[in-house]
Design a protein around this ligand. Structure first.
Ligand code: GDP
Length: 591
């Protein structure tokens, strides 16, 4: 059976290329909103943190209707892959819509997801957006997209991608630049024509794959996925299958998507992107199957956590001044709620009732949680990230990661050097149009602090992704500690901690507001001429000199604050204090 009444498509876009505006325009035209009703919330990435970091962390669904066909639009995560999320999301769809800015062209950050989509043989549609820009380079951008597809080894059918030219802002889409253009109709038409309709057995026993989880205070855990076979009804008896293990369960309510909302429904069927509630212990990757004829779908990979960090109640003298949530109860509830939906994350109790061990897929994964909690009003302390070692047959083993890096040629040397020092082993290198793809196996400990270093040393031109590779006997020594002090620097005014104790290299200034200045005492004989020009140079230099007369400071240019950057610098014993207003370093400690 072919469900001609459904299309499932994932949208891939670099931040700011207009994804939200485009979805809003499609919603508007599909009359999901009354004429006088504004799209109140722009949902596709309502999380402002996602916008700032230029990545999408949560995948969300939107549905638009056109000529009786429901088009489910699934958002894709950005370049960050938290434990296989990209593959899982792409598993729900039959095609992808690549949205590209008519001036900027395709950006490296979207390549990872696009590569996965092409590998999964999904049909691509290219939408060149912002054609109203006076500086648009539509035709060049079109060529750039073609080059990118060739480089990503798209097959012939994929290379023959349809292109739609759009000004999402003006609500216009057209099949050719020469067309006049009056509404979004041409994009709807291409979507319906080019994205294959779901195909499968609608009358067979139910098979549904849990792809993402959501949580709502009223209904609890919400499982989202695609019905691969059969039908799903509220209160249906099912079997949940997870590898070899199976258990019986009963569904609660079943939902479909309509516009930006989840709407209760009586029945969903093969091809539908569906949500249901009522099974609190459901997990990502599990198959929901017919109670009489249970058959599991192929398992989806969920990578193991490789890094842990201790989160604890803030017991500094400043605690409680800013936060809404400061007790261990608040912290505990929040963390345990997080793991309900964040599959590759784990939380464990520790000996102290005030501290919890949180494990995740890497620094970015943990940093995103910390930053989210800070914005929610939590006040806490976090320790340095530690690799999760395991004893396997009495041998100490460490996690390895498979790291893929794309960089322009000119940065190859620096990247190789940085990764060499981090014990990475190069296993593959390919020259692609103008840049290099390098693949490494690297101990997870070698990745700590690497993202920040990589972003700086490639001036933001590189992309990195890593997936779990496996455990191997631990051979190295634990990386050396950086001697130095970390100094909090609030509102560019004061330096409350530790200035007097600076003796040696390694000083970090972190301000709650961007830009952030980092400074480093570079050695005993350094002179003032070693200093880079920097807006805050004078103040820091004066302070530093007064604390230690024979040392000078080199200030690097202002950088955007990132927690990963900060973490790279801190010692084991140091804590990062996270408050709703800022993140600051505490305890200036020397070796
Ligand atoms: P997202 O980050 O991909 O969701 O991007 P948004 O939809 O938030 O758009 C980013 C910016 O581009 C906003 O300022 C939009 O108003 C603007 N924008 C979106 N579509 C267009 C367009 O077609 N033309 C122009 N000129 N600007 C657009």
């Amino acid at each position: 059976m072919i469900r001609e009444d459904i299309r499932n498509v994932a949208i891939i876009a670099h931040v700011d290329h207009g994804k939200t505006t485009l979805v809003d325009a499609l919603l508007k035209q599909s009359h999901i909103f009354r004429e006088n009703e504004k799209v109140a919330e722009r949902v596709m990435d309502s999380n402002d943190l996602e916008r700032e970091r230029g990545i999408t962390i949560l995948s969300k669904n939107t549905a638009v209707m056109h000529n009786g066909v429901k088009i489910n639009i699934v958002d894709t995560p950005g370049h960050a892959d938290f434990g296989g999320e990209v593959e899982r999301v792409l598993n729900m769809v039959d095609g992808v819509l690549l949205l590209v800015d008519a001036f900027e062209g395709p950006m490296p950050q979207t390549k990872y997801v696009l590569r996965k989509a092409l590998e999964q043989k999904l049909k691509p549609i290219v939408v060149i957006n912002k054609i109203d820009r006076p500086d648009q380079r539509v035709h060049e951008v079109e060529d750039e997209v073609l080059e990118l597809f060739m480089e990503l080894e798209a097959d012939d059918d994929q290379l023959d991608f349809p292109v739609v030219y759009a000004s999402a802002r003006d609500g216009i889409a057209k099949a050719s630049m020469d067309d006049e253009g009056k509404d979004m109709q041409p994009l709807f038409e291409v979507l319906l024509k080019e994205i294959p309709a779901p195909q499968g057995d609608i009358d067979g026993p139910l098979q549904f794959m849990v792809t993402t989880l959501d949580y709502d205070d009223y209904v609890g855990k919400i499982a989202v996925g695609r019905i691969v076979r059969g039908r799903m009804k509220p209160n249906q008896q099912v079997v949940i299958m997870n590898g070899e293990s199976t258990r019986k369960a009963k569904l609660g309510r079943v939902y479909t998507y309509n516009g930006l909302n989840r709407v209760e429904t009586d029945e969903m069927a093969m091809g539908d992107i569906t949500a249901f509630v009522g099974i609190e212990d459901i997990n990502i990757g599990e198959t929901v199957a017919d109670a009489e004829h249970p058959e599991a779908l192929p398992a989806l990979t969920i990578d193991e956590p490789t890094l842990s960090m201790v989160f604890s109640v803030n017991n500094s003298p400043f605690a409680g001044r800013e936060g809404d949530y400061v007790t261990s109860r608040h912290l505990r509830d929040r963390l345990f709620k997080e793991v309900e939906t964040n599959v590759s994350m784990k939380v464990e109790e520790t000996e102290s009732p005030d501290a919890f061990k949180v494990s995740g897929r890497g620094e970015l994964h943990l940093a995103v949680l910390i930053e989210t909690m800070r914005r929610e009003g939590y006040e806490l302390q976090v320790g340095k990230p530690r690799v999760i070692y395991k004893r396997i047959n009495d041998q100490l083993c460490e996690p390895l990661e498979y790291l893929t890096i794309d960089v322009p040629q000119e940065f190859m040397g620096t990247v190789m050097e940085n990764l060499g020092a981090r014990k990475a082993e190069l296993i593959n290198m390919n020259e692609l149009a103008g840049y290099l793809r390098m693949e490494f196996i690297i101990p997870a400990r070698g990745l700590i602090g690497f993202r920040a270093q990589f972003l700086t040393s490639t001036k933001g031109n590189g992309i990195m992704n890593h997936v779990f590779h496996g455990y191997a006997p631990f051979k190295g020594e634990i990386p050396g500690r950086t001697r130095g002090a970390l100094v909090a620097f609030e509102d560019g005014e004061t330096t409350p901690y530790g200035l007097n104790s600076i003796q040696d290299r390694g000083t970090l200034f972190i301000g709650p507001n961007e830009p952030v200045y980092t400074g480093r005492v570079i050695g005993e004989n350094a002179r003032e001429s070693d200093m880079d020009v920097n807006p805050c140079k004078k103040k820091h230099v004066t302070n530093m000199r007064s604390s230690s007369s024979d040392e000078a400071v080199r200030l690097v240019p202002p950088r955007i604050f990132s927690l990963e950057q900060a973490l790279e610098w801190i010692n084991d014993d140091e804590l990062v204090e996270v408050t709703p207003k800022s993140i600051r370093m505490r305890k200036a400690i020397l070796d």
